[in-house]
Design a protein around this ligand. Structure first.
Ligand code: SAH
Length: 295
């Protein structure tokens, strides 16, 4: 089964946008920012390009691959933007994260296509547009309007279920205060560990990710609660542990089998400040199944 393939019709092109729309689509509380703050947000692409250039100087492209990854990566970012991913921090994370370092050498030339790719053991690295949609949704979590929130790290304390090769965990690390990522397949857990060892040397301002080998269906209680929870595998119901470990103002996003047997639906659950849960659906998707136990 392929993973992370959106079966939605492509969203209508929403670019170019009016500047005021860019800031409000950029997520959460930014729509309520002062005019000065809005201007800062709009100006961030320059800062982002500057940062990308700094990364490029530190960055080495794999020997023999002949892929100058930065221009290719920036083209992928432009495609994501044209497809409606407009949150600047999310685009910046994609621009900075070398996806080709997470895939097998034979697949490097496809690393910046909008496609899911095999990572071994029947699993796949998610399609960038699906990852981007999920990250952008997480970046609009309800708790972002609280005054103490660090807007540079909009995902706060983040739990990922399904580490896979570690690519999405690495993106999360640029958007979160800290990340816990769980994988049930030991060999993939170890692969992600070695991938992130490489990435750590390439990407500055990286927040370390705590990789856990275990069954993500029980979440990870020692570091709960989480402001954001993201699952890369879908089951027939949301595990109670995830809901229990979601902080007030937090948002969970996970694929879930449709009750009428019509495939998977991306499900968003917000824990509102009064503690109640609000469920919404964000389109049809196709992810690998969520399985219990470890292997
Ligand atoms: N985010 C990953 C994609 C992972 S594919 C990446 O960027 O590469 C989904 C992963 O979820 C698979 O590796 C699968 O083994 C894992 N998975 C499925 N059920 C799980 C569970 N109960 N706990 C932890 N991981 C699980």
């Amino acid at each position: 089964m392929s993973h992370g393939q959106s079966s939605d019709n492509k969203p209508p092109k929403r670019f170019p946008l009016m500047l005021d729309k860019v800031s409000s689509q950029a997520g959460g509380n930014r729509s309520r920012s002062s005019p000065a703050a809005v201007q800062r947000e709009v100006l961030r692409p320059q800062a982002h390009l500057h940062q990308v250039e700094q990364d490029r100087r530190r960055h080495t492209v794999p020997q023999g691959v002949g892929l100058d990854s930065m221009p290719v990566r920036l083209r992928m970012v432009e495609r994501l933007r044209a497809d409606g991913i407009t949150h600047m921090a999310v685009l910046e994370a994609f621009a900075r994260m070398p996806r080709h370092l997470f895939v097998d050498t034979a697949l490097v030339n496809q690393a910046y296509e909008d496609t899911s790719l095999p990572i071994g053991l029947g699993q796949t690295i998610s399609k960038p547009s699906v990852v981007g949609t999920m990250l952008q949704l997480l970046c609009a979590r309800p708790g972002l309007t609280q005054p103490h929130v660090d807007l540079a790290r909009p995902l706060g304390a983040c739990l990922e279920v399904g580490t896979g090769c570690g690519y999405q965990a690495a993106l999360l690390s640029l958007l979160a205060r800290h990340v816990v990522s769980i994988e049930r397949l030991r060999d993939l857990h170890l692969k992600a560990r070695s991938n992130l060892d490489v990435i750590r040397q390439h990407v500055p301002t990286w927040q370390d990710v705590r990789l856990v080998y275990g069954d993500g269906m029980v979440g990870h209680a020692p570091q709960a609660p989480y402001d954001t929870i993201i699952a890369a595998a879908g089951g027939s119901a949301l595990p109670q542990a995830w809901l229990d470990q979601l902080a007030p103002g937090g948002r969970l996003i996970a694929p879930m089998e449709d009750a009428r047997g019509q495939g998977q639906v991306l499900t968003v659950v917000d824990r509102l400040p009064d503690g109640s849960l609000q469920h919404t659906r964000a389109g049809a998707v196709l992810f690998v199944p969520l399985k219990s136990g470890i292997t």
